[in-house]
Ligand binder design. Structure first.
Ligand SMILES: *Cc1c(COP(=O)(O)O)cnc(C)c1O
Length: 482
């Protein structure tokens, strides 16, 4: 049962004006706007009133309220989105910003935003240009596509393709590919939002070519193939390739042409999307964009910041007449990329084309690619280096340190089955707990360091650490035990 509210406490709650006059708040009044402070105080008083009405007995002293309000208000003055150090071993870590930009991409962003830019200006024509132009020919050169457009992210790309080509029509998709990608992005929901009628075919584990063939009706607009992202089925499974879907669509389209019906298109949501086949992953290597196009997809969409290692973007490639339709869809305007992203994307694409300014190929110059493909011995050497730095700074009585083999993950829905062999520094605290240590590294350090806990030990995976971060990590770990 709920306690009766303590009316005496309610009456003791101070007025907003009184709290604003306290020394604690007055100190902040020099640097923060009055309204911000008043809001913080009002919010704190309202919170306490709620707690009292719910039967609680909080401290209602004026000084307590002032201190809490001051804390909330000063929180606004501290950077929230800021650099972090990823020692988790998850390479495309969505919570930590997915891909680290290559130095060339960072420089390009800096250059494009310091002053005005050629965002929509064509100096050759001395006239208005298109923001789509900066990346399109590069993407085409790298994928063999006729045309391309980049929008806010791949979720937006999928949405846009479905809206432009399948609204009011049917899109056929395998039951084995009706995936949820995370963060409330589910294929059936996106279908519903785009007013496309989803026609499910096959079963969870097996879908055959004849399932698609039978599902095609005069209302069919597309055969959709969705990358299963971070979900895999093993054993008795079968799905239909882009090559097969192309054959099925072509056969249907020959008949449709005679009947005066629009052709059925083949669209693949490739999710991660890779420009190069990463042979180091053997059978797990994802097909490349070029392979999907060559196999007959009319359109393929993929993320800019997953396996590609660029900024957040959704890239759609394929036949020119289809891309042209997307370009003139109002959604292209609503979902368009800003100049910072375009600059980073263009620079990243150019690294794939010709290496970076220092002549390094994409495998070395694009951090995501480098982390994914770096051989385990190189990672071991980095872990050993970090170990040495920690040993030099840390009191041996505080923790036991060693280098241990570990498994890194690609993350971002890519290569889910793939164990990427790695090495980590393992720290077993003798003072305090692994959780205490991680809490300190995340909450008391700037930049915060995100490590992993495994069986009462803290693991620092050297695959996702940058060489220039090692010294800082060692110093902060030492500080944690000092
Ligand atoms: C990640 C992913 C998406 C969403 O891409 P974002 O760029 O994160 O919006 C869509 N489809 C698949 C298959 C994915 O793996």
């Amino acid at each position: 049962m709920m306690n009766k509210p303590d009316t005496t406490l309610l009456r003791q709650l101070p007025q907003v004006e009184e709290v604003l006059k306290s020394a604690t708040i007055q100190q902040l009044a020099e640097t923060l706007p009055h309204d911000v402070l008043a809001d913080a105080v009002r919010h704190e008083i309202a919170r306490l009133r709620g707690e009292i009405l719910a039967g609680g007995k909080p401290m209602v002293a004026l000084e307590n309220i002032a201190r809490r309000a001051a804390m909330a208000a000063t929180g606004l003055t501290k950077p929230s989105l800021r650099r972090a150090i990823n020692a988790s071993g998850v390479i495309i870590h969505t919570n930590l910003g997915r891909s680290v930009m290559a130095p060339d991409a960072v420089a390009a962003v800096n250059d494009a935003i310091r002053g005005y830019s050629t965002l929509e200006y064509d100096t050759a024509k001395m006239a208005r240009g298109s923001r789509h132009a900066h990346c399109e020919s590069l993407i085409c050169a790298l994928t063999g596509a006729e045309a391309a457009i980049a929008v806010n992210n791949n979720a937006a790309a999928v949405m846009m393709v479905l809206r432009e080509f399948a609204t009011g029509h049917e899109a056929v998709v395998s039951r084995g590919e009706l995936v949820e990608i995370g963060g409330a992005f589910r294929i059936p929901d996106i279908m519903e939002m785009s007013d496309a009628r989803m026609v499910e075919v096959g079963t969870t584990n097996k879908t055959h070519p004849r399932d698609y063939e039978r599902a095609i009706t005069p209302e069919t607009a597309m055969l959709l193939k969705v990358h299963q992202s971070n979900y895999r089925m093993l054993g008795f499974t079968e799905n239909v390739s882009i090559r097969e879907l192309r054959r099925i669509a072509d056969a249907a389209n020959a008949k449709r042409a005679m009947a005066g019906l629009d052709p059925v298109m083949v669209y693949e949501d490739q999710g991660s999307g890779a420009f190069e086949r990463l042979e180091v992953f053997g059978e797990y290597a994802e097909p490349t964009i070029a392979e999907s196009l060559a196999a007959g997809a009319d359109l393929v969409s993929f993320s800019g910041d997953k396996l590609l290692g660029g900024p957040q973007a959704g890239i759609i490639v394929g036949r020119k007449e289809l891309i042209d339709r997307l370009k003139s869809n109002p959604m292209a305007r609503a979902l368009r990329l800003d100049k910072m992203t375009l600059a980073a994307l263009e620079a990243t694409m150019r690294i794939y084309l010709q290496g970076d300014r220092d002549g390094r190929p994409a495998r070395e110059a694009v951090p995501t690619l480098r982390m994914l493909t770096e051989d385990a011995e190189t990672v071991r050497a980095r872990a050993e280096k970090l170990l040495g730095m920690m040993q030099a700074l840390l009191d041996p009585a505080a923790a036991t340190l060693s280098v241990v083999p570990e498994i890194s993950r690609a993350g971002g829905g890519a290569l889910p089955m793939c164990d990427i062999h790695s090495f980590a520094v393992k720290l077993e605290p003798t003072q305090g707990t692994a959780l205490d240590c991680c809490r300190y590294l995340e909450q008391q350090c700037e930049p915060p360091i995100i490590a992993r806990i495994h069986e009462e030990a803290v693991l620092f995976d050297a695959r996702t650490l940058l060489d220039d971060e090692l010294e800082l990590v060692a110093a902060k770990v030492a500080a944690c035990f000092a």
